[in-house]
Design a protein around this ligand. Structure first.
Ligand code: SF4
Ligand code: SF4
Length: 328
């Protein structure tokens, strides 16, 4: 087989330039104000392989911009290159088919049904995979340039996943709801219930706790959003320092019937990985609303269903897995 590329064949090079010229015919000159500017593949491709100047002299097609698809996601249809990544994600990965490609030819555009809200809990992933600045997050709009943003390792505190990205996807809670750490209503100092709730230093607080625990029984109630490592350290302190097994940290009301399974999971007796889930032939989900409680697991269960697994959900109400599972 002989492969011709833009570097070896003039016809191929012209075809490549033409594709970029056509992509840019109606594309706005938004780069200086576009959230994607600086990390935009279209910008990069146009610079590296584009024609350099446009021969198109007509008025460009314009749309109202931006079009809010939800409180979190904006659509700028002028910047869309109609790659269908966003609609395919909603169709094939999350199953939340709120957005679709409508119309044909030059009028083709991503859209949402009138009166609908893009209320998928995975909507932020479409912003992530949109290769241009067509889908943008309202929280990030005009906030910073990509090259000004620093990256760092972190975890998500909102569910038992404790992972922000899994199989390339994150849920909207993890993606958007991290700002709670900066809320002015959060406690930033310990409060001692000595004479009413009064601010105290950590030294004073730990000394008071040590005094109260001496000779008596202690219980520890931790916040449900601790990392696994912090929860382990606290558990170790409670069991070895305070000599108590009375420790809990669940953010949601607990169903006592789930305790044996939780205990088995915590002690390694049910070591199931996400990879195991997506390769399973039969998955039985008991008492779990996976989309709400462990969203990334929900996507893995859907992935298994796409690969032919039989999914059975035992739950008192219909969960979002209804279209891929048998509900009992
Ligand atoms: S999508 Fe890319 S090419 Fe288009 S305006 Fe934004 S940065 Fe520029
Ligand atoms: S991912 Fe972005 S560029 Fe692609 S169709 Fe969707 S909105 Fe348009």
């Amino acid at each position: 087989m002989k492969v011709f590329t833009q570097f070896t064949d003039e016809e191929v090079r012209k075809a490549q330039v033409s594709v970029l010229e056509l992509l840019l015919i109606n594309h706005p000159l938004d780069c200086p104000v576009c959230d994607r500017g600086g990390e935009c593949p279209l910008q990069d491709q146009a610079l590296a392989f584009g024609p350099g100047a446009s021969r198109y002299e007509e008025a460009k097609r314009t749309y109202r911009k931006p079009l809010p698809l939800s409180p979190l996601v904006n659509l700028d249809r002028e910047r869309c290159v109609l790659c269908a990544r966003c609609t395919r994600f909603c169709d094939q990965i999350s199953g939340d088919r709120f957005i679709e490609l409508f119309d044909r030819g030059g009028a083709e555009q991503v859209g949402i049904s009138a009166g609908q809200d893009f209320r998928s809990p995975f909507s932020g992933n479409t912003v992530q995979i949109c290769p241009v600045g067509a889908l943008t997050a309202t929280t990030y709009r005009f906030a910073a340039r990509p090259f000004d943003v620093a990256t760092g390792d972190t975890i998500c505190p909102h569910c038992g996943d404790n992972l922000d990205v899994n199989d390339a996807w994150a849920c909207d809670k993890g993606r958007f709801a991290f700002s709670f750490v900066d809320q002015p209503t959060r406690l930033t100092t310990p409060l001692l219930r000595d004479h009413g709730l009064e601010p105290a230093s950590f030294d004073e607080t730990l000394a008071a706790v040590a005094t109260w625990c001496r000779g008596g029984r202690a219980a520890v109630l931790a916040g449900g959003r601790l990392s696994n490592e912090d929860a382990y350290a606290l558990s170790k302190l409670a069991r070895t320092g305070l000599r108590t097994n009375d420790i809990d940290a669940r953010p949601f009301p607990c169903d006592p019937s789930a305790l044996p399974a939780e205990r088995a999971q915590a002690t390694g007796g049910m070591a199931v990985t996400y990879r195991d889930v997506e390769l399973a032939k039969l998955i039985v989900v008991v008492g779990l609303d996976a989309e709400q409680e462990v969203p990334i697991l929900h996507l893995r269960i859907r992935k298994a269903a796409r690969q032919g697994a039989r999914i059975v959900v035992i739950h008192p109400r219909r969960t979002r897995s209804y279209d891929v599972a048998e509900h009992v």
